[in-house]
Design a protein around this ligand. Structure first.
Ligand code: NAD
Length: 459
């Protein structure tokens, strides 16, 4: 099932997985552990295959691939293997007095056959991280990697079936026609990561079958910096988070808000931090990635006109290279401030102070993340209480996603549902209510059943 699927074959593939699921193949804890261990083995044994694919698709440095894709997945798997017994255990809950004697519990059961649709920017991690949850929860799954990261897509399709049970996991490669054909099938959950336009297409298709969806989308994640923090230290963290994967990270800092005074001092600090992390000849530095394709490159180069370049600004179409760039004097109405940037260009947007910054963020779509650099407790409290975003970090952009028990997901236009750690297991489980009451003693006749004599309304 690892080859590019013809569209008619898709119905057959999904039917095969449904049969495997109906046979009970995926339910035992031992089977789930075997799959997770298989995934882990694949990542370790074939790590260099994946590194080569990620380098071909995105110019991703091998160490970055290890940290942000392969190593991240191995850590998620280890966490799942360590916790699986606890996650699977039924949870006893109390029963009201009038029902006693009785016992109640919540049982996590697998949903069935699920569909995972992944994007190109972390093409391995975002295809397999949801799969960890799906398999831990005892589901069969179709994985549809992004056609815009073709080397990674074909490597997943080639290797995954060698390491996990083919009766329960299939990879379908392809683009819009294949995904459209998949979406016509009935799944028990659809887990989509990508842009909001396609997110709507997925939600429409899912509605036809009343299939629940998780939508991991994007948006413009703001950074706010005030004058209480050491600016070079803040700049270093912003630069790392922004230019990781050449800015093609869903939770990358999109733009920076600050007062004129803070931005005046932050701009050279950002420039110094870029130099510290990537040196002066970034184009020759193997630690820095490339833009995924020509269309994205052209879109991003267009943004370079939207402000005054204070760092970087050079690009090379032949290599799809764009220098880590900082723009100042950017108007909130400019194109670079309208769309999610999703590339290595960082606009600095001037605001008059904290109230204006909060108003700026609240006046736009709820972002996937917000990043605040301040030492002031009252400022932190106001960001926490007065803004809404998928996540909020103080001093640590992007790093929230390395904490397994923090929910990872958006809110409003940045997505619905969240995963990682135990939540990944819950996303792909149904929490079934199970109540058992012995027939004797028959207390119900004396309490809730007719005839409704006096006192029966006093439960
Ligand atoms: P993409 O173009 O690879 O698309 C994502 C998936 O949707 C692919 O598998 C693709 O085949 C499929 N697809 C594309 N068009 C389709 C259509 N018309 N019908 C059905 N399926 C279709 O990736 P992208 O959307 O460019 O990804 C970038 C976006 O994803 C950004 O907005 C980014 O912020 C967001 N993102 C979010 C997260 C997250 O975890 N929240 C992670 C990464 C990326």
């Amino acid at each position: 099932m690892s080859d590019v699927a013809s569209i008619p074959a898709i119905t057959e593939i999904v039917g095969g997985l449904r049969y495997g699921f109906a046979q009970g193949t995926t339910r035992p804890e031992a089977w789930r552990r075997l799959q997770l261990e298989g995934l882990r083995r694949m990542l370790v044994e074939r790590g260099t295959d994946f590194e080569a694919a990620l380098l071909a698709d995105l110019g991703k440095p091998a160490i970055e691939s290890q940290l942000a894709e392969i190593g991240f997945l191995v850590a998620e798997i280890d966490h799942a293997l360590g916790e699986l017994g606890r996650w699977m255990r039924p949870r006893r809950v109390g029963v009201p007095l009038m029902l006693q004697p009785a016992a109640a519990k919540v049982v996590a059961e697998p949903l069935g056959v699920v569909l995972i649709i992944a994007p190109w920017n972390y093409p391995l991690m975002l295809a397999l991280s949801p799969l960890i949850g799906a398999l831990a929860a005892g589901n069969a799954a179709v994985v549809k990697p992004s056609e815009l990261a073709p080397a990674t897509s074909s490597t997943i399709a080639r290797l995954l079936p060698e390491y996990v049970d083919r009766r329960a996991v299939a990879v379908v490669e392809g683009g819009v026609p294949e995904t459209t054909a998949l979406l016509a099938e009935h799944f028990d959950h659809i887990f989509y990561t990508g842009n909001g336009r396609v997110g709507r297409i997925v939600a429409h298709a899912a509605a036809e079958h009343l299939t629940p969806v998780t939508l991991e989308l994007g948006g413009k994640s703001p950074v706010y910096v005030d004058d209480s923090v050491p600016l070079l230290a803040a700049a270093r963290r912003i630069v790392w988070a922004k230019y990781l994967n050449a800015g093609q990270t869903c939770v990358a800092p999109d733009y920076v808000l600050g007062t004129a005074d803070v931005l005046r001092r932050l701009a050279p600090a950002l420039s110094d931090a870029i130099h510290e992390l990537y040196g002066s000849a970034v184009a020759q530095n193997p630690d820095y990635g490339r833009i995924v394709n020509d269309a994205q490159f052209e879109r991003l180069v267009g943004y370079l006109r939207d402000g005054e370049v204070v760092a970087g600004g050079r690009s090379d179409a032949a290599d799809r290279f764009i220098e880590p760039t900082v723009l100042r004097g950017v108007s909130p109405e400019s194109p670079v401030m309208s769309d999610e940037i999703f590339g290595p260009i960082l606009p600095l947007v001037e605001v008059s102070g904290l109230d204006a910054a909060l108003g700026f963020v609240n006046g736009r779509d709820k972002p996937l993340s917000a990043y605040v650099f301040t030492e002031r407790a009252d400022v932190r409290r106001r960001w926490e209480q007065e803004t809404s975003s998928g996540a909020l970090t103080f001093g640590a952009p992007v790093l929230h996603l390395t904490v397994p028990e923090l929910p990872f997901g958006g809110v409003g236009p940045s997505g619905m549902g969240a995963y990682h750690g135990e939540r990944s297991f819950r996303v792909f489980s149904h929490e079934k209510a199970v109540l058992s009451k012995p027939l004797a003693p028959d207390t119900l006749a004396a309490t809730i059943m007719p005839p409704f004599t006096a006192g029966k309304d006093q439960l």
